[in-house]
Design a protein around this ligand. Sequence first.
Ligand SMILES: Nc1nc2c(ncn2[C@@H]2O[C@H](COP(=O)(O)OP(=O)(O)OP(=O)(O)O)[C@@H](O)[C@H]2O)c(=O)[nH]1
Ligand SMILES: [Mg+2]
Length: 263
Amino acid sequence: MPDLSKMKKPDVKVVLLGDMNVGKTSLLHRYMERKFKDTVSTVGGAFFLKQWGPYNISIWDTAGREQFHGLGSMYCRGAAAVILTYDVTNWQSLAEIEERFLSLTDTANHDCIYALVGNKADLTDPKVHLSQDADGQTKDPTGGDEERTEPQVLSAVPTPPASPTSFSGLVLHKQVTRDDALSLYERILRYKGLDEKSSLPADKMCFETSAKTGYNVDVLFETLFDLVLPSILRKRHENRESPTVDLEDSGGVGSKRARSSCC
Ligand SMILES: Nc1nc2c(ncn2[C@@H]2O[C@H](COP(=O)(O)OP(=O)(O)OP(=O)(O)O)[C@@H](O)[C@H]2O)c(=O)[nH]1
Ligand SMILES: [Mg+2]
């Protein structure tokens, strides 16, 4: 029997959503490439494949710009987890999650997991330091080697205006408090018709991160990966019970494998 884990077919999909400039692409670069590097404003979407133990997880980066809004629900289709991202120095970016992005998740899995992430924590808190392994390695639940993957870029455009500049040593005003985030998370659960008591607690699912320093970035992604494992196992079980061709599973429009393996 072929080793499915070597086929790089995504078992599950995680999607990053949020306003432009909040740092979605930077978070993904930090996690996958262990770097904070210059970004270009995302057009359309791009995905990375992350091997997590025996499973393959596709992590989708989406465009926050208004003009690409229509694509969001397409990227969320079948998602097992959605990372709703805002910028802690920008109140409007939190408001946009509720006003513009939450409804895009209607196409996600019924048991989709939501994380609310306030990025750029380094701008408001000088104590926010690197929290990941000094050697830049991620934890692997099976202890296997981390696989370096290339982003599957669907499209890109020239550099956008950067976010508010952080001059060295200058601490910016934190516009979004943890309490603001916790109460938004509770409203998200209500929007989804989920019972607070039987859902993952807000405290566990609201993160503050810094793509710049790496603060909390591994914790964010790896908490989610662990939480989506039951969804992977359930899907594999369902596929065994009633095997069907699922075009959603193919890795999306950017997947060469999807095209080459269709017949
Ligand atoms: N200080 C600081 N700057 C950040 C951080 N994350 C991202 N930035 C900066 O914020 C700007 C936007 O980052 P991106 O990662 O491109 O933002 P995005 O959410 O992907 O934006 P779109 O692709 O347009 O939706 C860039 O200038 C980044 O360098 C962070 O954690 N701290
Ligand atoms: Mg981007």
